[in-house]
Design a binder for this molecule. Structure first.
Ligand code: NAD
Length: 445
């Protein structure tokens, strides 16, 4: 049998594409070598958020006095937190399997390898079998990048994020190399559970791609709370748990290395004329590669490594493959992002720095989150910040950057504004429920 579409990789890109194409009546085969759900569900977003939620419960219980609550003998069981995380993941993975089965998508468990390709047929090997399809969609994701630091290989003290998520015991202390999204989320987890944390970041600031006024609030809070955060500090070598950086030696039981991820191109060697850029597969606005019947979505494109970008790319890609009219596009200018620190950071659209780089004249509005009554009621001792960038020429909203709980839950409202180019006057007509922290998006106008 020749399938209409073969998909390699069952993460958010792969399973979204498989469901959409199968729903449209196409014969689809999906190959997954580990578990459906990919990095996001199995060793990324979901397990991290499950553990972070447990840590937050403990942290809130031990800091409840400011709300008039005294909790004595508060304790946590990290193995139980891990167990719960595994159950959450298992249920979600089973849900995806069920959805794909409902759509009669063929699922194959194993590592797929492209054998050959013509403009009519792609041949794929998995185990002892060979499969054929008219089109190929590559959703092979990314893997943790291991930087060439002396002493990092075969070092039992070194963890990547997957090792950290699998550990059933907390380390006595941890050094986190890389103060990006993964680094700061793990710093939050360990700190809230009482583990001494040192973050070592090579750039002059942590979370360098985010609005730096927002980041400075987190930095100040975390430093005051006792997290050691070293910036402009490049790790030179490792020896067990000893980390040499900028002429000093820092030591901890474990060293978590989180310095980015790289596209996973394994199994694609036969596609030797596939165009790559900086290690990722080059795609057009509909996720088509330079090869006529080959498409790619998600982290493997090296574009924006976020699960919600991957699934949106998959929707647009399948729409294009099925020639659905009107053709949809991806609003790369309105991709929201969240960092699950405490407080959370959420943003969408351009930053002040990007506006300067693009020569866009903007009006910058800032407001502490304390202008929201609900925020005041629930976030004792926090000020938070909401920042909006408005185009000076036409008053459209170009970017929103926030710190303060629970901004991750309403950044989507700002995404609507940026995606649709709403002006301040149009935003003013939107009614926000009271009392909610989301009202900050109205207060700031
Ligand atoms: P990242 O690119 O966000 O951060 C890596 C950091 O490591 C950078 O700040 C970089 O300057 C620093 N660095 C690089 N080399 C270094 C060195 N030798 N010494 C010290 N610091 C060094 O990468 P990440 O945190 O590994 O995350 C990987 C991807 O996963 C990202 O694309 C991220 O957006 C995504 N992710 C998203 C979420 C979320 O949406 N909440 C959560 C986790 C990961």
């Amino acid at each position: 049998m020749k399938y209409f579409l073969a998909i390699i990789g069952g993460g958010p890109a792969g399973y979204t594409a498989a469901e959409k194409a199968s729903k449209a009546g196409k014969d689809v085969i999906l190959f997954e070598q580990t578990a459906l759900g990919g990095t996001c569900l199995n060793v990324g977003c979901i397990p991290t958020k499950s553990l972070l939620y447990g840590a937050k419960q403990y942290y809130n219980a031990t800091h409840a006095q400011k709300y008039g609550v005294t909790a004595e003998h508060v304790a946590f069981d990290y193995a139980a937190m891990q167990k719960r995380k595994t159950i959450v993941v298992r249920k979600l993975v089973a849900g995806i399997k069920q959805r794909l089965n409902n759509e009669h998508c063929t699922l194959v468990s194993g590592a797929a390898k492209v054998l050959s390709r013509t403009d009519e047929t792609v041949a794929i090997q998995c185990g002892a079998e060979t499969y054929e399809a008219e089109n190929l969609l590559i959703c092979t994701g990314s893997t943790n990048f291991v930087p060439p630091i002396p002493g990092i290989q075969d070092n039992a003290a070194v963890w990547d994020s997957t090792d950290a998520l699998a550990a059933t015991e907390l380390p006595a202390s941890i050094i986190i190399v890389g103060g990006g999204v993964i680094g700061m989320e793990f710093a939050t987890l360990y700190h809230e559970l009482g583990v001494p944390v040192t973050v070592i970041e090579a750039m002059p600031t942590i979370l360098p791609n985010l609005d730096q006024e927002v980041v400075s609030i987190l930095l100040e809070k975390y430093r005051k709370a006792g997290i050691t955060i070293l910036t402009s500090t490049k790790v030179e070598s490792l020896d067990g748990g000893k980390v040499s950086a900028n002429g000093e030696v820092y030591e901890a039981e474990k060293v978590l290395v989180s310095v980015g991820r790289r596209a996973n191109l394994q199994g694609l060697e036969a596609l030797n004329d596939l165009e790559l850029y900086r290690g990722g597969i080059v795609i057009d606005e509909f996720c088509k590669t330079n090869l006529p019947n080959v498409y790619a979505c998600g982290d493997v494109t090296g574009k924006i490594m976020l699960a919600h970008v991957a699934s949106r790319q998959a929707e647009v890609c399948i729409g294009r493959m099925l020639k659905q009219i009107p053709l949809q596009r991806i609003a790369y200018n309105a991709v929201p992002s969240v960092v699950y620190t405490n407080p959370e950071i959420a943003s969408v659209g351009i930053t002040e720095q990007q506006a300067r780089d693009l020569n866009i004249e903007t009006e910058v509005r800032t407001l502490p989150m304390t202008f929201s009554g609900r925020f005041m009621a629930e976030n004792d001792g926090e000020t938070g910040l909401c920042k909006m960038l408005v185009d000076r020429k036409n008053q459209s909203v170009l970017g929103v950057h926030m710190i303060g709980n629970p901004c991750s839950e309403f950044v989507a409202a700002a995404s609507f504004a940026v995606r649709n180019g709403y002006t301040v006057a149009e935003m003013e007509q939107v009614i926000f429920p009271h009392p909610t922290v989301s009202e900050i998006l109205h207060e700031i106008l």
